[in-house]
Design a binder for this molecule. Structure first.
Ligand SMILES: C[S@@+](CC[C@H](N)C(=O)[O-])C[C@H]1O[C@@H](n2cnc3c(N)ncnc32)[C@H](O)[C@@H]1O
Length: 245
């Protein structure tokens, strides 16, 4: 999918955007790059089976491969991402353009009279949910912890699946994603959050553990292969959370 991306255009576009390092929004910590394996994502989504109108949001979306892969795997109300670094964000926007034009091409071919598919076809493809050709994409450049990024999520009037490949994100002394938990405190009840390799914190900071403090409940922890992880085990753990009141 990235072979046809115009990297020169992407980097030119990134030059027009302010760098988060200029105003102190970012330091190098947290921006270590890595990409979550496609096969593990596919297995996770198959297991979770989110509804077809759900919105998939990758926090720290890099060059967009996870949101774009998700859009190819199943139907969604929309897919998007928030990325701090303008260069990576602009590559994601270019890649999305490539994917969208390929889908238009493919749609055109499958609606031609000589297409092989038939109504009532019981092939494998009809048993699995197929991706929507008109998936609504939205890649934003910005800080995942900022109010505007999270407001963009709380505005959605549909089920939400939030993903974060969180190995290098900021953690508290217990190794929990406290800053991310705080930022997500007011996403709608029922939101699914997947954090890879790091758990969310049990409560937003400042909230004592009580019935009325918004929190996330761990639904499951899924172990899967990840060639990016050093060591002989080479696996990652995806923590799946559900937002409670
Ligand atoms: C491990 S990479 C994951 C990339 C992508 N999600 C994937 O799995 O292919 C983490 C990404 O998070 C971005 N990032 C780190 N801190 C961020 C922040 N505060 N807001 C938005 N993005 C951030 C980094 O620049 C990097 O691209």
């Amino acid at each position: 999918m990235y072979d046809n991306v115009d990297y020169v255009a992407a980097l030119d576009a990134a030059d027009e955007l302010p760098s988060p390092f200029d105003d102190g929004t970012a330091d190098d910590e947290g921006t270590t790059y890595g990409e979550f394996p496609f096969s593990f994502l596919a297995a996770l989504l198959e297991e979770l089976n989110p509804p077809a109108d759900a919105y998939f949001m990758d926090l720290g979306s890099g060059r967009g491969q996870i949101a774009l892969a998700a859009s190819q795997l199943r139907p969604w109300g929309g897919c998007g991402g928030v990325e701090l670094l303008p260069e990576l964000h602009c590559i994601a926007v270019e890649a999305q353009r490539v994917v969208s034009s390929q889908m238009v091409d493919q749609n055109f071919k499958t609606t031609q009279p000589n297409s092989q598919s038939r109504v009532g076809d019981s092939s494998d493809a009809s048993k699995h949910p197929s991706p929507t050709s008109n998936c609504d994409f939205s890649f934003k450049v910005g800080d995942m912890y900022s109010t505007s990024s999270i407001e963009a999520l709380t505005d959605k009037d549909c089920p939400l699946v939030v993903f974060a490949y969180a190995t290098c994100l900021e953690v508290n002394t217990k190794g929990e994603l406290q800053k991310l938990t705080d930022a997500l405190a007011y996403v709608p009840t029922g939101t699914t959050v997947i954090t890879v390799n790091r758990p969310l914190a049990s409560h937003p900071s400042g909230c004592s553990s009580g019935a009325d403090s918004p929190s996330f409940v761990l639904v499951r922890a899924v172990k899967g292969p990840n060639p990016e992880i050093n060591g002989h085990e080479q696996h990652s753990t995806a923590f799946v959370w559900r937002k409670e009141v």
